[in-house]
Write a protein that binds this ligand. Structure first.
Ligand code: KG4
Ligand code: ZN
Length: 356
């Protein structure tokens, strides 16, 4: 079975085709036949964030080209999955309308895919034999989906059964990376830029020298919500209060980038581990662009060890943490298996679509 996945919810135009084999003896296996992404990063970099109508215009221009590239060697496919939310409404419609036209033209089934679920199921993308074998049962699992637009903690009872435990009350974790990177004059996307600068910090004493200590918002609160806008404000005020010579120095930028990453990572890890214990989860699934962060992954491993938790930690291969069509196609396969069928005429974009 060949499945086409289309994703246009934010600033990447993505199309991929996967092949699923169902063999009795070996079980299921997925093969990535194509994976094409046209990134708008350069366009949005000058503004330090994504402008929905500019992004929509680019999707309209790029989607037919990306689709052609992703399908040129593939004669036919059997199923189409398209992300219909959550995301930027004008952008979502580009993918949805394209997919509906295609489904009609080729007389194929079309499934509406939740972007958050696709980020979670990206954990099932296997790249060669690299993925670790899970120990025992993997459900229930706690999923942390952290990207430019979302920060959610989700309980997954099984594939297809989700409950949101908490989410951000303001900015998403990736958004916080992006906005603080902009203050520091680093590029967009901010996550990788902050991580790169943080890695260069050799002397932690610089944090003391510049009196850098950021808050860990909501870390001690018993709920599973997040809040990152205060962190951005704290960075802005600290930065504004420095003489130009200091705030433009490599030392200051590295120290501040380090502390921004520490603050975000600490809150994400603490709250996820608490949810894992409370719900007696057997696994932790990371997903979304911020899950590509090496420090986040390392701190999760450390926390699991320190707390002596018997859980599997999963995160997708780095290039599948950020938006891509493979996760959408894979999610379409799992939905199809669960018997999710919908008339293509009824698929609509929904910017605020909830998982569960
Ligand atoms: O999932 P994604 O591609 O798009 C959305 O659905 O929003 O995530 C993009 C976000 C951006 O905010 C970017 O700064 C962040 O993921 N990101 C990272 C890293 N790579 C991407 N954040 C921290 N560390 C990274 N290595
Ligand atoms: Zn995403």
């Amino acid at each position: 079975m060949k499945i086409l996945g289309i994703e246009t919810s934010c600033d990447d135009t993505c199309v991929a085709v996967i092949k699923v084999r169902e063999q009795k003896a070996k079980g299921k296996s997925f093969e990535i036949l194509s994976n094409v992404i046209s990134s708008q990063v350069k366009l949005h970099a000058q503004y330090g964030g994504v402008y929905p109508f500019l992004a929509k215009r680019e999707h309209l221009k790029n989607l037919p080209i990306v689709f052609k590239k992703a399908t040129e060697k593939i004669k036919k496919f059997d199923l189409i999955g398209v992300v219909n939310g959550p995301g930027l409404e004008p952008c979502l419609w580009v993918g949805v309308n394209f997919a509906k036209d295609l489904a009609k033209k080729l007389n194929l089934p079309l499934l509406a895919i939740n972007h958050i679920e696709a980020h979670i199921l990206a954990n099932f993308i296997k790249v060669r034999s690299k993925r670790k074998k899970a120990k025992g049962n993997i459900f229930p699992a706690i999923c942390l989906v952290v990207s430019g637009g979302h920060s959610q903690l989700i309980l997954m009872e099984e594939i297809g059964k989700y409950k949101i435990l908490g989410e951000t009350r303001d900015d998403a974790a990736g958004e916080c990376f992006d906005k603080t990177a902009r203050i520091l004059g680093l590029g967009y996307p901010g996550g990788p830029a902050i991580a790169k600068e943080a890695k260069k910090l050799k002397k932690k004493t610089l944090l003391k020298k510049f009196s850098i200590k950021l808050p860990r918002p909501m870390i001690h609160q018993k709920n599973f919500d997040f809040s990152f806008s205060g962190l951005k404000t704290a960075v802005l005020y600290h930065w504004k209060n420095q003489p130009k010579k200091i705030r433009n120095s490599k030392e200051y930028i590295r120290a501040m980038a380090f502390e921004i990453q520490e603050a975000i990572v600490e809150v994400l890890v603490k709250k996820t581990i608490r949810a894992t214990k409370e719900y007696k989860a057997k696994s932790i699934f990371l997903g979304g662009g911020v899950a590509a962060n090496e420090r986040l992954r390392r701190e999760f491993k450390k926390a699991i060890k320190k707390e002596n938790l018997n859980v599997n930690l999963f995160y997708p291969p780095q290039k599948f943490c950020t938006d891509n069509g493979v996760m959408v196609a894979l999610c379409a396969y799992f939905s199809w298996q669960r018997g999710k069928r919908k008339n293509w005429k009824k698929v609509e974009a929904n910017a605020n679509l909830k998982i569960g």
